[in-house]
Ligand binder design. Structure first.
Ligand code: 4AD
Ligand code: MG
Length: 476
């Protein structure tokens, strides 16, 4: 018989029909009750094994084993479920070596430990929930932009340019690391490399997205990006996914509206389609918070937090206002900040979190950053000191979005590139957009994993991407 998904059986609550289900045993009690999961839902279906089942089969019904069950869906007498499956035939598809199976433990394994067995952690309730939510969010990204007429543009992963100008790139080469061809001056001769030049993995698809926006008006990218920054934090990955919309004719205010609508849409999509997963993750958070001292516990549960963000407008302030708030804060006066605060600094995570978590208690959009701490492509403001940048800061996360209105004026852009030593000749293709029908335009990048962190309430970015890549770690 065709396999029925456990989710469908539990959702329909119908009874008295025959099914075949397949999945992995989560637990087996009293030689009779199997909790079976196939990943379609956080919930297990209870399979009741008849007492006259072959003893050899019963022995092999251990946590982790994969099985196929033919049986009848019947009303359940037990607590916690409306329906269960009365097994008629149980077949073992794959035994599980219980001695060695790491998820056999009775106690809930730690997230740190599960990171070491990331190839198996999908089979826990927590990671099942996280990655179903991640999937929904990815789907919602495409739905949001498709519904609004954006064109999905696939920007290159291998590139010769450094979009952010931060020099944090992974090199892509087929030259021998031990014995690369050299030029006369002793430097490596990349003209002999695969692409005939020095190439790297992209840090952002923005520059190419801008080229697309100059024809389609609105485009977005959604792809992997790579940064060789040596930040071993709970918010940084060396390989992460980014969504970058780019819209012709938008200014910085339109850009803020788009980003706020987008974030709210993603949250509401997950609330609607992943209710049970989110409730499970909310409970996980409650349990985790119990370990913390009272003062450090968050005031809101996960679902309340998401609802709160949906129902409130994001705060909008300028960088200059942000600095003033920080300078006047009790935290600053009591010297609680590790990093100094003064106009011109790059806001540190402690500053961002103060603004969002203590001062405004909601997401904040900060605009008008000093030009010297932002990328070359951002539009210069009238004051000649600040640029039309916008960062969105989220509670518990810090920066979740970085974006800007772009410098569409050729002379100003060339001047800025010269000041920042960006090689203009190599970027002729980017400058061409400003030569041939330039228009005001704006866009932003949403860090997908940071968004997943926010929605799932997880705290370490390594737990929301299936196989994290971080300094000194590329396992699996
Ligand atoms: O602020 P960033 O560097 O902006 C850009 O790359 C622009 N080109 C975007 C644009 O305007 N089209 O990165 C954008 C977002 C950040 O706000 C953050 O959420 C995420 O990407 N991000 C990271 N996420 C995980 N690990 C890292 N190492 C990240 N670096 C940035
Ligand atoms: Mg940024």
């Amino acid at each position: 018989m065709k396999r029925t998904k456990i989710k469908d059986i539990l959702l329909s609550e119908q009874t008295d029909y025959a099914v075949t289900v397949k999945g992995w045993v989560r637990s087996f009690r009293n030689n009779q009750f199997i909790a079976l999961n196939d990943g379609s839902t956080i919930n297990n279906v209870q399979v009741v094994v008849s007492l006259d089942t072959d003893e050899a089969i019963v022995k092999r019904l251990t946590t982790g084993a994969s099985i196929s069950v033919d049986g009848m869906v019947v009303a359940s007498l037990g607590k916690g479920q409306k329906v269960e499956i009365k097994a008629e035939k149980v077949e073992i598809l794959g035994d599980c070596d219980t001695e060695k199976f790491p998820l056999q433990l009775k106690n809930r394994p730690s997230l740190e430990y599960l990171r070491e067995i990331a190839h198996l952690r999908f089979r826990t309730s927590t990671f099942g929930a996280i990655f179903r939510v991640r999937h929904s969010l990815a789907y919602a990204v495409h739905k949001f932009f498709n519904d609004r007429g954006f064109v999905y543009l696939h920007t290159p992963i291998v590139t010769a340019s450094d979009a952010e100008g931060a020099g944090e790139m992974f090199r892509v080469t087929t030259l021998s690391p031990d014995n690369p061809p050299k030029k006369e001056d002793g430097s490596v001769d990349y003209s002999e490399d695969f692409f005939g030049r020095c190439t790297n993995l992209t840090v952002s698809g923005q520059l190419e997205a801008e080229l697309g926006a100059m024809a389609f008006s609105e485009v977005y990218t959604f792809g992997p990006t790579f940064r060789a920054e040596n930040s071993n934090t709970a918010r940084h990955l060396a390989e992460f996914w980014m969504i970058e919309p780019e819209v012709a004719f938008n200014d910085i205010y339109d850009n803020m509206d788009l980003a706020e609508d987008f974030i709210k849409y993603l949250i509401s999509y997950a609330m609607e389609h992943n209710r049970e997963d989110l409730e499970f993750l909310a409970q996980r958070l409650v349990d985790e918070e119990k370990q913390k001292p009272q003062a450090e516990r968050s005031e809101m549960g996960l679902v309340e937090k998401l609802e709160f963000v949906l129902n409130n407008k994001f705060e909008r302030i300028t960088y200059t206002e942000a600095i003033d708030i920080l300078l006047n804060s009790p935290a600053y006066k009591k010297k609680k900040f590790q990093y100094d605060v003064k106009w011109g600094i790059d806001l540190q995570s402690e500053h961002e979190r103060y603004l969002v978590e203590k001062h405004f208690k909601k997401p904040v959009i900060v605009t008008g950053y000093p030009k010297d701490i932002k990328a070359f492509y951002m539009r210069m403001n009238e004051d000649g000191k600040t640029v039309a940048a916008m960062d969105i800061l989220a509670p518990g996360i810090g920066e979740i979005v970085g974006g800007s209105q772009r410098e569409e004026r050729l002379d100003k852009l060339e001047q800025r590139m010269a000041e920042m030593h960006i090689p203009a000749e190599e970027m002729y293709w980017y400058l061409d957009t400003r030569r041939f029908g330039t228009v005001p335009h704006a866009g932003f990048g949403l860090g997908f994993e940071r968004m997943v962190l926010f929605v799932t309430g997880m705290t370490n970015i390594r737990d929301v991407i299936p196989f994290p890549r971080t300094p000194k770690n590329a396992e699996f």
